[in-house]
Write a protein that binds this ligand. Structure first.
Ligand code: CUK
Ligand code: CUA
Length: 765
């Protein structure tokens, strides 16, 4: 008997023997030999043991890193540092079909500015949704610095669901940061500009250019930002920078720092000193402190002003209502990071060697006592620097950002100019340890390090330059993320990871067990809207309908055919293809590509995706599945035939390259009967064991049962044709019956392997 199943079994046995032989030939090499051959030290081995993740192993933490200019988000694991996914956010991305199917095009279109489609973003700061100040693993937000926007990503399927465009900003940076229960997603301006879309000369900079902080209202039930319930607080034209939300003791407040409070406006081309000179004159800039809870109440009380159809609390109102204060911060500050208990706010000044630790308690006491050191040119009260400081610590040259440890009072600060991380105690104000990194660190990130309960263990240094760390790949180098072990007193560098995408700014890491992503969609799902697709179709109900001059094709994808396999339309038609992946098996994604129309779809199990396009020219356009989904994946193909106007089909019937006799039919039926015997033995093996205790196996068995039902349908068709003596169709359907059997067998073997590897027990004999 020579069924494919038998072949699979035989081939894998032969392969197993081959492997064993190879291993024997090399078994003479010991660990010492390998160390010598590769020039590894004991320290290297220790680092390897801390990061190496054996095959099939999982990571303890997952990182969501900004993808910088790529407009995407990177997902990787810690401690293995293996990249798992790029999430398409502001940029079309063909693997996920993002920006190629109609559904995701709608999401990208939400991000249009002045009617223009933008095909990139400069992502900076990802933020995971929080409940009581802890990551809850449900949603991810990220900002676009270049085109002030914020995106919402669902961590159930790692897909971008929404993009909102800031209604008043022309540039931003201090987003996305969430309040402790994700009530709001914070976004702050970077470069001041007029709120209106009109031209305003720079001579009016002080009066008409403005900064702001926007509080985007997040509706958790809907999983979407509600622009109509969001608001902003007007700020002076200082260059606002990073933000952070208060928590616990400081809950209800948010903090945004700034640089260039000189309000310098450049002009190098007319002989004026450049921005860099004019923006670093003063010894201090301003930390902005905003009572967002009270601000939200003011909006509800109708005290906001509508600007561009968006609620803005003007500076005058904010001052009068006592919700906005300034505190001097030295010099050209960058990071502002609230401590896990919410009692301290640490600010690092790029042009200062100190990190400043502000006490929220002291700030609040000054506000309550109305004890101000003065006001800025816009009348905003300024708190005295000395009176608000808890301590200042000399941490190194060019401190940027701070991240907290699980151990109390321990913080890590990135030191840009020195290319170091400084570990220090912010309660007692003393430096504990320093480690050199490669090179020029920007942000750094500890595990859940910006929540109320950081997890410790690891720190990642997000470096700006890689220089000589990796094999050269041309003048554009990869980014370099370095993993540092922080579980002991001394920090230890244990891994270098090149990142071949944009420049990551910030990243966040969450305990992997908090994430519960789904395996498949319910069948016929529009994943971008999170509802059943109006274009879904069930197997057997595939059809073509013409509505409003558009030819709608309702099709399905399953191993290993596309239904329909032939689509014929007249030149000049608009075609709208809708494909539902009707698989239930894990990881059985099908793709769809067709020549010349920029159509490239990805349909994960259950998903319905659409592509609408115009066919201008008569011709033959082959299409196919782009994922190697099964043994007969290459046969997952079809033709779009575009006929010339007025084309009349000729009478000739389709010519097949092969004709079949009764003998061919009998041969095929014999092969199928033999195959069924193998399937029966696998089924017997599985059902004799406690397979129901293993969810993945239950899913595989369901899928195999589907395939066997399809096989039964095909068998019936084959037998009907045989009964009428049509050996051509009888043999072809017998072949299709066999194809379904092969799929069932393939799935059955996967289930059997799983049971073997997971020590399943025999329950029935
Ligand atoms: S930023 Cu780039 S290193 Cu956008 Cu938070 Cu500091
Ligand atoms: Cu589906 Cu290949």
């Amino acid at each position: 008997m020579k069924s494919t199943v038998k072949k699979i079994l035989t081939v894998s046995t032969a392969f197993g023997i081959g492997l064993a032989w190879t291993a024997a030939a090399w078994s003479a090499e010991s660990l010492d030999d390998v160390m010598k051959r590769r020039g590894l030290t004991q320290k290297d081995l220790l680092a390897a043991a801390k990061t190496y993740t054996p095959t099939g192993g999982r990571d303890e933490f997952l990182v969501f890193s900004s993808g910088g200019q790529s407009g995407q988000v990177l997902v990787y694991g810690i401690p293995s540092m293996r990249i798992l996914k790029y999430i398409a956010v502001f940029t079309p991305e063909p693997w996920q079909g993002y920006g190629f199917d109609d559904e995701s095009k709608e999401v990208l279109a939400q991000g249009k500015i002045d009617g223009k489609q933008l095909n990139y973003g400069d992502t900076h700061h990802p933020a995971i949704s929080e409940t009581n100040g802890e990551y809850d693993g449900e949603w991810l937000f990220i900002n676009d610095k270049a085109n002030p926007r914020v995106a919402v990503i669902d961590l159930k399927d790692f897909e971008t669901k929404q993009i909102v465009v800031n209604p008043i900003m022309k540039s931003e940076h201090g987003g996305a940061f969430v309040t402790p229960n994700t009530e709001y997603v914070i976004e702050a301006t970077q470069y001041a500009a007029p709120y209106s879309k009109d031209f305003v000369p720079l001579s009016k900079f002080n009066d008409e250019y403005r900064g702001a902080v926007t509080y985007w209202k997040f509706n958790r039930e809907k999983g979407r930002i509600e622009p109509e319930n969001s608001f902003s607080v007007e700020l002076p034209p200082y260059s606002q920078d990073l933000s952070d939300a208060g928590k616990l003791d400081s809950d209800g407040w948010s903090f945004t720092n700034s640089f260039c409070t000189e309000r310098y406006i450049g002009g190098i081309e007319s002989g004026r000193p450049p921005f860099e000179a004019g923006c670093s004159q003063k010894d201090t800039d301003f930390l902005h402190m905003i009572n967002w809870k009270r601000a939200a109440e003011l909006v509800a009380e109708g005290k906001a002003t509508k600007i561009n159809d968006h609620d803005v609390i003007t500076m005058d109102t904010a001052i009068k209502e006592g919700i906005l204060f300034l505190i001097p911060e030295p010099k050209s500050p960058h990071g502002v990071d609230v401590s896990p208990d919410g009692k301290y706010i640490i600010v690092a000044g790029k042009l200062d060697t100190h990190a400043s630790v502000y006490s929220f308690e002291k700030m609040k006491a000054l506000i309550d006592a109305k004890d101000f050191a003065g006001t800025d040119p816009y009348g905003i009260p300024i708190l005295d620097l000395k009176k608000t400081l808890h301590t200042q610590v000399q941490v190194g040259l060019g401190p940027l950002h701070n991240q907290y440890d699980s151990k109390p009072c321990i913080v890590y600060t990135s030191i840009y100019v020195d290319s170091q991380v400084t570990k220090w105690n912010y309660c007692e104000g003393k430096v504990l340890d320093k480690i050199s990194i490669h090179y020029n660190i920007g942000h750094l990130m500890s595990m859940e390090g910006d929540t109320v309960s950081p997890k410790g263990h690891y720190l990642v240094s997000l470096n700006k330059l890689a220089i000589d760390r990796f094999n050269p790949v041309g003048p554009l180098h990869p980014q370099n993320h370095q993993l540092i072990d922080i579980s002991n007193d001394k920090m230890e560098l244990i891994y270098d990871m090149p990142l071949p995408l944009g420049e990551p700014h910030y990243a966040v890491a969450i305990s992997a067990d908090k994430l519960k992503p789904k395996i498949r969609y319910s069948t016929g799902w529009n994943s971008r809207k999170d509802e059943r697709s109006e274009y879904r179709v069930r197997p057997g109900r595939e059809r073509t309908e013409v509505a409003d001059g558009v030819t709608h094709v309702y099709g399905t994808l399953i191993r290993s055919h596309i239904t329909p396999e032939i689509i014929q339309v007249e030149e000049g038609s608009t075609v709208s293809l809708h494909f539902t992946n009707v698989e239930r098996a894990e990881d059985e994604t099908h793709g769809f590509a067709i020549r010349g129309f920029d159509v490239n779809l990805s349909a994960e199990p259950g998903k319905t995706v659409s592509a609408t396009f115009k066919v201008d020219k008569p011709g033959v356009y082959p299409y196919y599945c782009t994922e190697f989904c099964s043994a007969l994946h290459l046969e997952m193909q079809g033709y779009l035939l575009v006929t010339p106007k007025g084309y009349q089909a000729e009478e000739a019937s389709l010519q097949e390259g092969q004709s079949y006799s009764q003998e061919d039919f009998d041969k095929q039926v014999k092969a199928n009967t033999d195959t069924q015997a193998v399937i029966d033995s696998v089924v017997e093996y599985i059902t004799a064991r406690n397979f129901k205790d293993f969810d993945p196996v239950v899913a595989l068995v369901e899928d195999a049962t589907d395939q066997l039902n399809f096989a039964a349908d095909a068998k019936k068709k084959a037998e009907d044709y045989a009964a009428s003596g049509d050996w051509q169709n009888a043999t072809l359907w017998a072949q299709q019956w066999f194809q379904y059997q092969v799929k069932a067998a393939d799935i059955g073997l996967r289930a059997k392997t799983y049971l073997d590897q997971n020590d399943a027990k025999v329950v029935n004999q």
